[in-house]
Design a protein around this ligand. Structure first.
Ligand code: FAD
Ligand code: EPU
Length: 336
């Protein structure tokens, strides 16, 4: 539990931004966390997991704490479900692989999402028709000011599309310690995404299983998303914007190929990648900052881009989408 000063964060963010933390440490228990924050009070604190949804635009003038609370334990089971309690510092994909190996269903569509358990409810991670809120059961979180552990149920978390209470009214107030997921014993497959069906055919999957769905998702993701170990990135830079059906119809008269998916509330979710591509950004590169050539929603660091350069590029993209389509893009990556 050593505290380092002026510590390089390049290895701790998947964008590979060369920013520094005034102080840096890691914790594996609540006691370690408590002594770190008590000793360094009143410094501002940033909790990180895998650093796969962060963009450092400057050095961090406070204490960066990496959550390394470990453990994956089945704590309960009933006729239909298995309840697995996981430390916030465990890797998300390794947890998914643990579920696949043990035939616990519910997270197979979320295979290969980078990052750790702690951020999964914070971000309400999602992919291929599934969001973590569907398997979330409860969570233990540490209140930084009151220095006590509080339990959260699914309703307490106010989950939305890449949203939770921890990004809004409780922002920067809690450290997520453990998450308990409720997995299904009897698989309920979600292959609503055409890409999954096509990939299952391609890999000649004999029968539908959580293993084959996971493999299909891994293949699709590997074919179109940049591997952060090779090219710095933090996944989608913006959310897919939700607009009214009327607004969508108007846009459709001007841009007949616009991609939108109707939502239950009557609105339409527009593919931000399509909007960005139509503004001519896909494959664009300026210095080492760029817009990925296979997925326009992903900004990349080809080597030594600064966080500011990536941020400035994202601002220009946002601006051009607003000018061409009158649609506001909302950020998906946490700007620090
Ligand atoms: P970090 O980046 O370390 O932190 C993210 C935020 O959570 C920060 O605000 C941080 O302060 C906070 N935080 C982290 N841990 C804790 C904790 N224990 N307590 C309190 N606050 C905490 N996301 C998706 O939803 N779907 C995808 O399909 C997807 N694909 C991706 C593909 C690539 C190639 C990449 C690089 C990213 C992708 N992402 C995706 C984004 C990212 O993987 C998720 O947001 C992930 O949950 C971030 O986890 P992390 O541990 O890296 O969080
Ligand atoms: N498209 C383009 N140009 C592109 C890429 C895509 O026009 O360069 C269009 C295509 O029509 C495509 C549509 O956009 O059908 C949607 O693209 P894709 O299926 O790749 O998904 P996305 O909407 O861009 C979202 C999530 C991803 C998640 C995938 C799969 C958001 C912000 N992003 O991307 O999550 O993996 O769906 O479910 O919702 C992340 O959050 O970091 C992330 C990668």
């Amino acid at each position: 539990m050593q505290v380092q000063q002026n510590y390089p964060l390049k290895k701790y963010n998947t964008f590979g931004i060369d920013a520094y933390a005034k102080y840096f440490s890691a914790f594996t228990t609540v006691d370690e966390l408590t002594s770190l924050i008590t000793y360094h009070s009143p410094l501002i604190t940033l909790i990180i997991g895998g650093g796969s949804n962060l963009l450092f635009t400057k050095n961090y003038d406070g204490l960066v704490l990496k959550n390394e609370i470990k453990g994956i334990h089945t704590i309960h089971e009933d006729e239909d479900h298995i309840y697995v309690k996981v430390g916030a510092g465990e890797n998300w994909h390794q947890f998914v692989m643990h579920c696949i190996k043990n035939n616990f269903s519910g997270v197979e569509n979320l295979s290969l999402i980078p990052g750790n358990i702690g951020a999964s409810p914070m971000q309400n991670i999602g992919a291929y028709g599934v969001e973590v809120k569907e398997v979330f059961y409860s969570m233990e979180a540490f209140h930084l000011k009151e220095k006590r552990i509080i339990n959260f149920s699914v309703n307490d978390c106010e989950f939305g599309y890449r949203e939770s209470v921890f990004k809004k009214k409780y922002k920067d107030q809690f450290v997520i310690l453990t998450v308990t997921y409720r997995l299904n014993k009897k698989p309920q497959y979600n292959i609503s995404y055409i890409a999954i069906k096509e990939e299952l055919e391609k890999i000649n999957a004999k029968e539908l299983s959580i293993q084959s769905i996971s493999q299909a998702v891994i293949n699709i993701r590997s074919s179109k998303l940049p591997d952060p170990n090779v090219t710095g990135n933090a996944g989608s830079s913006f959310k897919n914007p939700e607009i009214s059906e009327d607004n969508f119809k108007i846009l459709k008269t001007k841009f007949e190929n616009i991609v939108g998916f109707p939502l239950d509330n009557g609105n339409v979710k527009v593919a931000a990648a399509w909007l960005i591509e139509q503004c001519g950004w896909k494959g664009y590169r300026r210095g080492d900052a760029g817009c990925y050539e296979k997925q326009a929603l992903v900004l990349v660091n080809y080597g030594n881009a600064s966080g500011k350069e990536i941020y400035d590029l994202s601002e220009e993209i946002k601006q051009s989408v607003k000018e061409k389509f009158t649609v506001d893009l909302e950020r998906e990556v946490n700007i620090i």
